[in-house]
Design a protein around this ligand. Sequence first.
Ligand code: 5RP
Length: 223
Amino acid sequence: MNQDELKTLVGQAALQFVVPGQIVGVGTGSTVNKFIDALASIKDQIKGAVSSSEASTVRLKALGIPVFDSNDVSELSVYIDGADEINNLGHMVKGGGAALTREKIVAAQSKMFVCIADESKLVDVLGAFPLPVEVIPMASSRIMAQFAAMGGQAQVRMKDGAPLVTDNGQHIIDVKGLKINDPVTFETQVSQWPGVVTVGVFAHQKAQVCLLGTSEGVKTLKF
Ligand code: 5RP
């Protein structure tokens, strides 16, 4: 099975966690797109979704799934999202699609995070994937220097020759060369730097379950 087929497999498998009659938290990315497509097949059984990005909102609405403002929903039973990396404790690196801030917000309002990913995302130590960090643009240089002091190489993510602008009007820096041995402490520390909106380590908002697409089928990991 190729990577696209593995994503379809886990996107469909995630339907088992959707609670009938409720609102589901929906992440962002190519794997989640497969989940959204699968969700459309049971849209009459759910109330709707809280979305983590403009891109997912467009896709959900196009398929006739109502999208609710997160402020109008007190708690979600489940949040389903992909990851760029996940370790064997359910800690993740996210933000490859630049949606990390809203992803962390929706994850925080959900009782359970179900990560859907193909097996290439499972790692022993987080950090091989360049770590996305959403930042207030005026703080970029200082934050990049702080990462350099930790041994990382940071750069501003570009799109069409200009810094990429997130759904929240901010920039993303991507940091290579980190080995994140203690994701909880790392997330706590970097989140406190002035100008950091969201660091793409999801250790406080970790996954409780990962549906991992493998050539032998979907493996369920519980953390
Ligand atoms: C977006 C994300 C995605 O979950 C992550 O990038 C994985 O995406 P994909 O499913 O396309 O591999 O964090 O900000």
